[in-house]
Design a protein around this ligand. Structure first.
Ligand SMILES: Nc1ncnc2c1ncn2[C@@H]1O[C@H](COP(=O)(O)OP(=O)(O)OP(=O)(O)O)[C@@H](O)[C@H]1O
Ligand SMILES: [Mg+2]
Length: 364
C-alpha cells in the first residue's frame, strides 16, 4: 500500500484547478511522481486522489497523443468506465491517473490494483474485504479495495489476468454497484468509477473463451488505445528532454544532452518496451555517462548494439583512457549477464577475484 506523505497534500485547489484549466493542462497533466509508486514492485493500492503536484506529466504532441488528450478531456469529467489498451510501457497507468485527476473525483481515492500481481486465492478477499471469521486467519474484518475506492476511482490494471469466477463477480459489481464481503450477508452499495487496462487483445481473449464477453462490453464503454512509441517518433525528443530533467542528479549544475549520433540512434530505435524503455535508456545514460554530453556508448547495450561498440566509443567520444574503456566493458558484460559475476568473469576471461578487485578499484 502506498500512501502519499500527508504533509504534502495540502493543496485544496489541486483537483479543481486541474478541472478549470483542463484543456491547457491536459497536455501537461500533473500526476504523482511514479518514483513514489515503486514502479518495479507489484502494486496493490495507491491512494493518489489528493496526491501532491508532481514532476510526472503526459508528454507528447503527436497527432496520436493529441487524439488521446481529446478523449481524456471528454471522458474524464463523466463517470464512464474506460478501458485503456496498449503494449507494455505505452503509458496506460499515467493515462488512468490523468483521467482520475481531471475528474470530479480528483480529491477522492485512486485505488490501483494490479490484477496479475494478486495471488488468485487472495484476490476476492482483497477486492471485496471479509468479515471476521470468514476463513481461517480472518481474526478481524477487513475492508476491501473496492470499498476503499468508494467515491473515487478504481484502476484495474492487467484486467485480462482475472480468472473467470472473479470476472463474474466483477461484472456483478459493475452492473449492480454493490459488493458483499467474503463471509458477509449484506450487500453494500459502492460508488466507484472504473478504469481498466490491458496489454493484451481482449477481443482475442474473448474469442479463446478466456474473457467474458459481457464483462468486456461493460468495461469497454470508452476505449483508449495507446500507440506504440515507434508510431509516434516525433514525440521522442520531447520525452528525452523530459526524462533528462526528471532524472537529472539534483546536485549536478550543468544540463546534460545527447550527442547528435546518440540522438539519431534514439530516434531510430524500435522501442519494443515503449516509453518505459526510453525512460530507462535515458536514466542509464545519465548514470553511466561522465560529461555533459551523453554518447552512444552510454546507452544500454541492447540499444547501441554490442557488436562494434568499442570502435564507436573511441570515435564518438574522443580519446579515452584504457581504464575507462575497461570499466565500461566490464559494466557492459555484467549487464549482459544480468549481474552474474561468475558468468561475467568467464566471458571476460578473468577469474572472479580479479573481477572483484577491478570493481573495487573503479568504485574507489
Ligand atoms: N506520454 C508520456 N509522458 C511521460 N511519461 C510517460 C508517458 N508514457 C509513459 N510514461 C512513463 O513511462 C513509464 C511507463 O508508463 P506506464 O507505467 O504508464 O505504462 P504502462 O502502459 O502502464 O506499462 P505496463 O503495461 O508495462 O504496465 C512510466 O514511468 C511513465 O511515467
Ligand atoms: Mg501499467
Amino acid at each position: 500500500m502506498k500512501i502519499f506523505d500527508r504533509s504534502q497534500m495540502r493543496e485544496p485547489d489541486d483537483g479543481l484547478a486541474a478541472e478549470r484549466n483542463f484543456p491547457r493542462k491536459l497536455a501537461r497533466c500533473e500526476l504523482p511522481p511514479t518514483s513514489l509508486h515503486g514502479r518495479e514492485a507489484p502494486r496493490t493500492l495507491e491512494t493518489g486522489g489528493d496526491a501532491p503536484h508532481s514532476l510526472t506529466q503526459i508528454i507528447g504532441r503527436s497527432p496520436a497523443m493529441q487524439r488521446i488528450y481529446r478523449i481524456i478531456e471528454r471522458v474524464a469529467p463523466t463517470n464512464a468506465t474506460v478501458l485503456i489498451s496498449g503494449r507494455t510501457g505505452t503509458g496506460k497507468e499515467i493515462v488512468a491517473r490523468s483521467i482520475h485527476r481531471n475528474s470530479t473525483r480528483a480529491l477522492r481515492p485512486f485505488v490501483d490494483i494490479n490484477c496479475s500481481a494478486l495471488p488468485e486465492q487472495l484476490i476476492e478477499s482483497e477486492l471485496f474485504g471479509y468479515e471476521k471469521g470468514a476463513f481461517t486467519g480472518a481474526t478481524q474484518a477487513k475492508k476491501g479495495l473496492l470499498e476503499t475506492a468508494h467515491s473515487g476511482t478504481i484502476f484495474l490494471d492487467e484486467v485480462q489476468a482475472l480468472k473467470s469466477d472473479m470476472q463474474a463477480k466483477l461484472l456483478r459489481v459493475l452492473q449492480e454497484r454493490v459488493i458483499r464481503q467474503v463471509g458477509g450477508r449484506e450487500n453494500k452499495e459502492i460508488d466507484v468509477r472504473v478504469v481498466a487496462a490491458t496489454n493484451q487483445d481482449l477481443v482475442e481473449a474473448m474469442r479463446r473463451g478466456e474473457f467474458r464477453e459481457d464483462l468486456y462490453y461493460r468495461l469497454n464503454v470508452v476505449n483508449i488505445r495507446l500507440p506504440e512509441l515507434r508510431e509516434r517518433r516525433e514525440d521522442i525528443p520531447l520525452l528525452i528532454d523530459h526524462f533528462l530533467k526528471l532524472h537529472a542528479e539534483p546536485n549536478r549544475q550543468e544540463t546534460r544532452h545527447f550527442s547528435n549520433e546518440a540522438m539519431r540512434l534514439l530516434l531510430s530505435s524500435e522501442w519494443p518496451g515503449n516509453v518505459r524503455e526510453l525512460e530507462n535508456a535515458v536514466e542509464h545514460a545519465l548514470a553511466i555517462g561522465a560529461g555533459p554530453t551523453l554518447r552512444i556508448p552510454d546507452l544500454p547495450p541492447h540499444i547501441n548494439g554490442f557488436v562494434g561498440e568499442i570502435e564507436m566509443w573511441e570515435f564518438a567520444g574522443g580519446p579515452r583512457s584504457l581504464r575507462e574503456v575497461e570499466r565500461r566493458h566490464i559494466l557492459r558484460v555484467l549487464e549482459e549477464t544480468g549481474g552474474n559475476h561468475a558468468h561475467a568473469a568467464q566471458v571476460l576471461g578473468i577469474d572472479r577475484r580479479t573481477l572483484y578487485r577491478k570493481l573495487n578499484k573503479y568504485n574507489s
